[in-house]
Design a binder for this molecule. Structure first.
Ligand code: HEC
Ligand code: HEC
Length: 358
């Protein structure tokens, strides 16, 4: 009898300890957080972050893609037969193994033609207010048609590109599944590629974790770099989800940029004198992966790029120490790179146009 009472008491005490005391102890150590899981593991901390008012926003994780469409877009992104030589793909110049760029001063296109301008990354490009350095394409879908028919890039044309896909029964089936039509159109090709590109975001950077409340994710030096980035005025142009991509700005506000006066930028679109040398502000996400820098690839060094910005955009000179802190901060913006299974493409049929290398 005594033993049973003792056991019951113990049980009650243990129960009380687990339900009332333990949670208090645990939460005293670490406040409760909303934990989610994303590509590459754990993500997102405090649900209501004290940092939600920061001018840079963490990249949201998106799960609601149309899988059939993004899979088709992925195949097309890696499809060499969309080019005249049947050798060049979107990935040739926007290599997803190297930060969505080719790491070349200017890209190499059809017949080894050197393009006129540095290739920007496709990663996070959905956060751009428009596409291209001069913003001449309003969105990713409009953009995707450009390189296929650009004689210096893939050098095909819309009819040829569509004929190639239409000659391959697997593509006809996939386009029918996604768009409900037996006839492939260039609009749908661009739409599928754009849908795939929308998935190419890089969440979970150390900086985003810090924004989400994980203090220990960036060092004191990196934090000091971020403070400088705000104090000195970089943040005025590089902000939001992409840390850029939200406005067009003149390159050379404080001091005329003299290394390249041939590329007119936004002027080509608007023909407005004030738009000469105005460019879309580039995204600084994954910036450590995407050298060389600037539309004219005038430097391979991130520190030098930061110093050029200070001099030409803000009219200030940074100390060596300030530059290296800002660079340290910029390197915290590298996020989870898209993990892809390399797509296997269907074989050509007897009706598929042959490659043309001329
Ligand atoms: C031969 C190299 C080359 C190929 C092939 C190529 N691109 Fe590009 N891409 C570039 C260059 C160079 C630019 C910048 C051109 C400009 O701004 O005038 C660019 C710009 C872009 C942009 C705009 C990014 C931004 O920040 O403004 C996107 C998106 C893009 N390309 C996607 C694609 C897709 C999709 C394909 C395949 C259909 C493709 N590219 C094929 C070189 C290439
Ligand atoms: C007034 C707007 C403005 C301000 C302020 C500004 N930038 Fe920029 N930034 C731009 C524009 C526009 C470009 C593209 C220039 C070009 O290549 O034509 C750019 C390009 C860059 C690049 C190269 C990106 C690439 O992919 O090639 C880096 C890095 C950069 N900025 C960092 C900074 C830093 C650091 C600061 C503060 C010291 C800063 N920016 C201040 C507008 C601005």
């Amino acid at each position: 009898m005594k033993i049973t009472r003792f056991a019951t008491m113990c049980c009650l005490l243990a129960f009380a300890a687990i339900t009332f005391v333990l949670p208090v102890l645990v939460s005293a150590e670490e406040p409760p957080r909303n934990i989610g899981y994303g590509r590459g593991g754990r993500m997102q901390g405090g649900a209501v972050s004290s940092r939600s008012k920061e001018p840079i926003k963490p990249i949201p994780i998106n799960f609601d893609d149309n899988r059939a469409k993004t899979d088709l877009g992925k195949k097309l992104f890696f499809e060499p037969r969309l080019s005249k030589s049947e050798w060049i793909t979107c990935n040739s110049c926007h290599n997803l193994s190297t930060g969505g760029t080719d790491n070349l001063p200017t890209s190499i296109g059809h017949k080894w033609t050197l393009g006129p301008i540095n290739s920007p990354t496709v990663l996070n490009s959905k956060f751009n207010l428009a596409q291209f350095w001069d913003g001449r394409a309003k969105d990713l879908k409009e953009q995707a048609k450009g390189p296929i028919a650009n004689p210096m890039e893939m050098a095909s044309n819309y009819q040829l590109a569509v004929d190639v896909l239409q000659s391959i029964p697997e593509y006809v089936g996939w386009f029918k599944d996604v768009y409900g039509e037996g006839k492939i159109t260039i609009d749908n090709v661009a739409d599928a590629i754009a849908a795939f590109e929308e998935t190419l975001t890089t969440p979970n950077s150390r900086f985003d974790s810090w924004l989400n409340g994980y203090d220990e994710k960036i060092t004191a030096e990196e934090k000091a770099g971020y403070d400088l980035f705000k104090e000195k005025g970089c943040i005025g142009c590089h902000n939001g989800f992409g840390v850029g991509g939200n406005s067009f700005e003149k390159f050379g506000i404080a001091k005329p940029y003299d290394k390249d006066t041939q590329t007119l930028g936004r002027y080509n679109v608007t023909k407005d004198e004030n738009d000469k040398y105005v460019f879309k502000v580039p995204l600084l996400r994954n910036i450590e992966l995407t050298a060389p820098y600037f539309h004219d690839a005038s430097t391979w060094s991130l520190s030098e790029a930061v110093n050029v910005m200070a001099e030409y955009q803000l009219g200030i000179k940074l100390t060596e120490n300030e530059t290296s802190r800002i660079v340290a901060f910029l390197k915290t913006l590298t996020g989870d790179q898209p993990e892809l299974i390399y797509p296997i493409l269907p074989p050509s049929s007897a009706n598929t146009p042959q490659p043309n290398r001329n």
